[in-house]
Design a protein around this ligand. Structure first.
Ligand SMILES: Cc1cc2nc3c(=O)[nH]c(=O)nc-3n(C[C@H](O)[C@H](O)[C@H](O)COP(=O)(O)OP(=O)(O)OC[C@H]3O[C@@H](n4cnc5c(N)ncnc54)[C@H](O)[C@@H]3O)c2cc1C
Length: 394
């Protein structure tokens, strides 16, 4: 049986950051992961360029049953701290909209930085090692993997959520939490595309690939202003992924297709300037032509000239374009979701160290716990911050 001060389950964002931090403190640290490569989610993130942080990250960008839980780690390790780390390694990166930072070349650069830090800190990373059982004993924890047994003083569970089972997602973290009496909140896929009912799929047939800048609102009033994208399965795009975290089965979402424009005012202007033009042609100057044609074909937008529009037509059009209601059938689920909502209840953990309140020297960090960020680099930022906070104390 191998001895190590700290055993970390999961060579993902949170686990590797924690490992390097603890290693620099002189601890012997071992990371085990069942994957062939470390940081597999980092590698596919941000379309292969890893949106590794968000300069505007605040606690308001996270969903958690206890909204105060994220404050401590986030304030002690900010986006700027991670930027300083990648700068020290000479990473080339660029800013996108809304505070998002991406690698210029490849997400592999972020994994290389983390693995270099782990190497410098003397961490051993054991891949192809699936954790099978965990037992508490007098010296700490005994962890049995597919190839080896380890005895550690401190055990850090950084095994992630349930998204992308193909990339090694497993419920091991929730099982360990339950084994030690910790409450686990129900989990669900988030930052995930919506699927549509058959009648909506037929309505939008042929629109796949079209994207529109919209203001999307959930029934609880949360709003996101970004693109929506029609896909052959349903609706996706950043605004849809964002709102999916606030959506519950059976609810509708409202989409303002023209957030910058008051369509009633625009139609008054068109009445003066182009009264004989067809409404659909004029609308096609504001929205994708194929979308307008499809909606006219479905008789959801009237096929008249501007000067033929009645007051009721204009009111209906305004409601339609500014308050378009869609009731999703569901989501694409864990297969394509970026994150998992819910998980280990934060009431069971210290928000400063991430140690469990019920089992000494047992820690949970990263996506396995009930903290979920918005789309835009927020999830990696909280993983780095929790990894550092935990690595400083294990
Ligand atoms: C397609 C996609 C794109 C994303 N893009 C971004 C982005 O650009 N920016 C952003 O901020 N977030 C992004 N995310 C979210 C982000 O990847 C996660 O929030 C983050 O990776 C969570 O880190 P983690 O360390 O908690 O877990 P993970 O990165 O999931 O790591 C957990 C590790 O534990 C291992 N493991 C699980 N079970 C076992 C077991 N039984 N034994 C051994 N090992 C085990 C897994 O193999 C895995 O390597 C994206 C997610 C996806 C799916």
């Amino acid at each position: 049986m191998k001895q190590t001060d700290v055993l970390i389950i999961g060579a993902g964002a949170a686990g590797l950051m924690c490992a390097a931090t603890a290693g620099y403190r002189g601890k012997s640290v071992t990371v085990v992961d069942m994957g062939k490569k470390p940081g597999r989610k980092i590698l596919i993130s941000g379309g292969g360029r890893c949106n590794f942080t968000n300069e505007n990250a605040t606690p308001d960008n996270y969903l958690c049953q206890n909204p105060h839980f994220v404050k401590s780690a986030l304030s002690r390790y900010s986006a700027q701290d991670f930027i300083e780390l990648v700068d020290r390694h000479g990473l080339n990166y660029h800013h996108k909209t809304l505070g998002q930072l991406f690698c210029d070349d490849s997400a592999q650069d972020i994994v290389d930085i983390l693995m270099t830090e782990c190497d410098w800190a003397g961490v051993s990373v054991n891949l192809r090692s699936e954790v099978l059982t965990v037992e508490k004993n007098d010296s700490g924890y005994k962890v049995t993997t597919s190839g080896e047994s380890y005895q550690c003083q401190s055990l850090v569970v950084a095994s992630g959520g349930l998204t992308m089972p193909k990339l090694g997602a497993s419920p091991i973290g929730y099982k360990i939490a339950e084994q030690f009496g910790l409450n686990v909140l129900p989990t669900t896929a988030a930052l995930v595309p919506f699927t549509l009912h058959d009648h909506d799929k037929q309505r939008f047939d042929g629109l796949s690939g079209i994207s529109v800048d919209c203001l999307v609102s959930s029934q609880c009033g949360t709003q996101f202003r970004e693109n929506i994208l029609f896909t052959h399965r349903g609706l996706s795009g950043p605004a849809i992924l964002q709102i999916s975290s606030f959506w519950q089965a059976g609810q509708s979402i409202a989409i303002n297709l023209l957030p910058e424009t008051n369509i009633e005012e625009v139609i008054e202007q068109w009445r003066e300037e182009s009264p004989k033009k067809a409404l659909k042609n004029m609308l096609a100057t504001l929205l994708p032509k194929s979308f307008i044609e499809a909606m006219v074909k479905q008789q959801e937008i009237v096929d008249r000239n501007i000067n033929q529009l009645t007051k009721a037509d204009v009111a209906a059009l305004s409601e339609y374009l500014h308050q378009w209601q869609i009731k999703p059938n569901g989501t694409e689920g864990y297969r394509t979701a970026e994150v998992t909502l819910g998980g280990v209840d934060t009431d069971e953990l210290s928000s400063k160290t991430f140690e469990s309140k019920k089992a000494i020297n047992l820690y949970f960090i990263g996506e396995v716990i009930d903290v979920t960020g918005w789309l835009g680099g927020y999830n990696f930022q909280i993983a780095w911050a929790q990894g550092v906070a935990c690595g400083q104390v294990v």
